[in-house]
Design a protein around this ligand. Structure first.
Ligand code: PDD
Length: 281
């Protein structure tokens, strides 16, 4: 992979920042991740919107405009040689030269990198569906500060992942403050019941893949809504899938050791997966 840091393009292994950076010390940072498939960026404009929105809300400034960031991302991908890449743009509060506790004294730091495309689900999991556990950990969403800000905070999601691994599952879903399903480590979730789709409305990152699913549903005439999804509703669904820039639309066929419906990937999920990748041509 290739990184861009302090005006230079570097091999990933040489891209290093100070441990005093507030991004590291306080998770005082925002970022966005976009993917490249067959050499082309997918919905880069929406990712740039979310990134620049986060910068503004966090009162961070970077010395590049949208076109400048876009050019840096394209250069990282070109230099990396990857045709399928996972590309991240990020900005941290930075560090204060005088160790001040005043965030206004910190020098904001922009970085970007391109690494090989990585998916939440591997090829076998895409074929047979993921096995997910529902953890009782509660998502304290950066989205509760502001849904438009994408931040690295994952303590709750990582604790949920360990719960899932302890129970023999492959990944986790965690809950919102009301005990409904929220999201998982790097993905949103949808369920299908009687032909209608629903995905948690609050306490989650408004994912761009999630939004793409709404667009596809509108095109296909499927009813889709953002609404509370209870644990019981998820377990009783006809179909379940997760969505992320890291893998697109990915089927879930087992929840807490019990098959979802007949345990096979559902028709609507398969259709949406096919349409999603067609959008990449
Ligand atoms: N993560 N929820 C969380 C907590 C996420 O971190 C992500 C994305 C999503 C899905 O959003 P989108 O469809 O816009 O990728 C939901 C990215 C891929 C990451 O971890 O880098």
């Amino acid at each position: 992979g290739i990184a861009f840091l302090d005006g230079q393009y570097l091999p990933m292994s040489q891209a290093k920042i100070s441990v005093l950076d507030w991004g590291f010390l306080h998770s005082d940072a925002t970022y966005d991740t976009v993917h490249v498939w067959n050499g082309s960026f997918f919905r880069l404009d929406l990712h740039l919107d979310r990134f620049f929105g986060g910068l503004e809300k966090l009162r961070m400034t970077i010395p590049f405009d949208r076109d400048g960031v876009s050019e840096i991302l394209h250069n990282c991908v070109a230099l990396s040689g990857h045709r399928a890449a996972y590309v991240e743009m990020l900005c941290t509060r930075g560090a204060s030269p005088t160790f001040s506790r005043d965030p206004r004294q910190a020098v904001n730091r922009f970085m970007a990198f391109a690494v090989p495309f990585g998916s939440v689900a591997n090829a076998e999991q895409l074929r047979r569906g993921l096995h997910v556990a529902i953890s009782d950990k509660v998502r304290i969403p950066p989205a509760s500060i502001d849904p438009a800000i994408k931040n690295y905070h994952w303590l709750d999601l990582v604790r949920g992942l360990y719960d899932a691994y302890d129970r023999g599952a492959e990944t986790a879903l965690i809950l919102d403050f009301n005990g409904n399903v929220a999201e998982g480590p790097g993905f949103n979730v949808f369920c299908v019941k009687d032909g209608r789709l629903s995905t948690p409305a609050i306490g989650v990152l408004p994912g761009i893949t999630r939004r793409t699913v709404f667009d596809l549903c509108a095109e296909e005439g499927f009813a889709a809504a953002a609404a509370d999804v209870s644990v019981a509703a998820l377990k009783g669904a006809d179909e379940v899938f997760i969505t992320s820039t890291a893998g697109g639309i990915m089927p879930v066929t087992v929840i807490d050791g019990v098959p979802v419906a007949d345990g096979k990937i559902g028709a609507i999920t398969s259709r949406l997966m096919a349409l999603y990748w067609q959008k990449h041509d």
